[in-house]
Write a new protein. Sequence first.
Length: 564
Amino acid sequence: MPETNGTHTAYNRRSSMITEGDVRAPNRSMLRAVGLTDEDFTKPLIGVASTWSEITPCNVHINRLAEKVREGVRTSGGVPQIFGTITVSDGISMGTEGMKFSLPSREVIADSIELVANAQRFDGVVAIGGCDKNMPGCLMALARLNIPSLFVYGGTILPGTCHGHDVDIVSVFEAVGQYSAGKINREQLREVEASAIPGAGSCGGMYTANTMSSAIEALGMSLPGGSSMPAVTARKAQDCYDAGQAVVRLIEQDITPRRILTKKAFENAITLVMALGGSTNAVLHLIAIARQLDVPLTIDDFNRVGQRVPHLADLKPGGKFVMVDLDRAGGTQAVLKLLLKANLLHGDVLTVTGKTLAENLESAPDLAEGQRVVMPIDKPLHGSGPLVVLKGNLAPEGAVCKIAGLSTTSYRGPARVFDSEEATFEAIMNHKINHGDVVVVRYEGPKGGPGMREMLAVTSALIGQGYGETVGLITDGRFSGGTHGMVVGHIAPEAQVGGPIAIIQDGDMITIDAERNLLSIDLSDEQIKRRLAQWQPPAPRYNRGVMAKYVKLVTSASDGAITD
């Protein structure tokens, strides 16, 4: 039996502030109007944070999932209240001014969940996310709140089919490049466009959404197996129902995020991301989540962990398969079990089941016999993790590249400098980039963009035109999880604050070397200093509204690009 304090139980300590006592009659009156009863006022009040929206297939189904969470909460003795927060669609805003608002949406999601959960005095929270920024935004909020809570992934999309081949959103971006190069005609481009997105769910490769769902499961903040389930399935509905029940158990056991999200848990998340060949955005987002808890996670931890973790999963964008294929092969649970057996995970960390990761994995499936998605530990795709942090005189605070699927991990060439994504894309589409160039896209960082746009339109156009490994690209912006090729992002300090990327000139020789963790320009320290002395920052692009506030608050990419 729970302990009591006056007329409320220990399970509704927070919500009793608005439901208990004669002076709270007005509060209860409002709650009665939305369906609560006298009996409900003695139960834990659970917020269900829904990122439902009709603007993107990643989130269009999440209202139905939120209702399943609500059912689970009710059957376990809690009182659920669904509330909304925002989403933006990376795939729809990509390549436009709208993409600048994507990363700031992560901060708004985190802030809004924190605001509602604290204002309404929820005793626990279940957050449901789909598109890329939903997931880290939800986790940042849960970490700040530090009340019993967990995350549910909306699920991955099924692949589309075009002429017997699987296609997805990245196929469309690359088809644009193929069309511009005359490799396909307009009708073929339209066929890919019309076939790639068959319904609800997040983009299907090991792009940012699936990377972060996997990382969150490895962190211990979602139920086992939930990160690789397809969106529109009975299994995903059951996952949501189970999450509603699980949050009530977390309240009963007083298990909060700070007990789960330890340095060891973050190392587990990095390990799984490396093994799966996940998105470069994992670096940014995991650091951002850790900052909410003062966990000492830095950009250098990714190299430290990655050096001992093999790249195992042959997943897009660098490989052949998508998340549905991984799910059929045993899912993230099977991969975690494989990694634990290889002593690459901390099995003693606590999870939202109330058990340790090792205890959860005792009942996990093994990888399916004959599957081709995940390589054996002793025959990896690459002996170390494919996410590599580079430093050097162009990135004193660090930069991030992804070497998955590349035949070479070093590159050297003359700079072709552009001060925006739009100018870069125009040059590519007009065939003004040459084999051997290093394309430099600057003033796209957290403050300079602002918003650190992803360069999927740019990188996919290069791939589509056949420049995948014959042109390098570096930027203080970001990349989509769907990006592949010889590309380096998150360069810090960024151009807007006087990082060395600001003084690169056309023709300067740039070296990218993932084996030596190096990103450099052939200039002496004195030459760099002299150029910086003559440099002036461009005027801010926004002077009002959310983006103006964002520019004033946002930190460096190497520190997670957070605003609190």
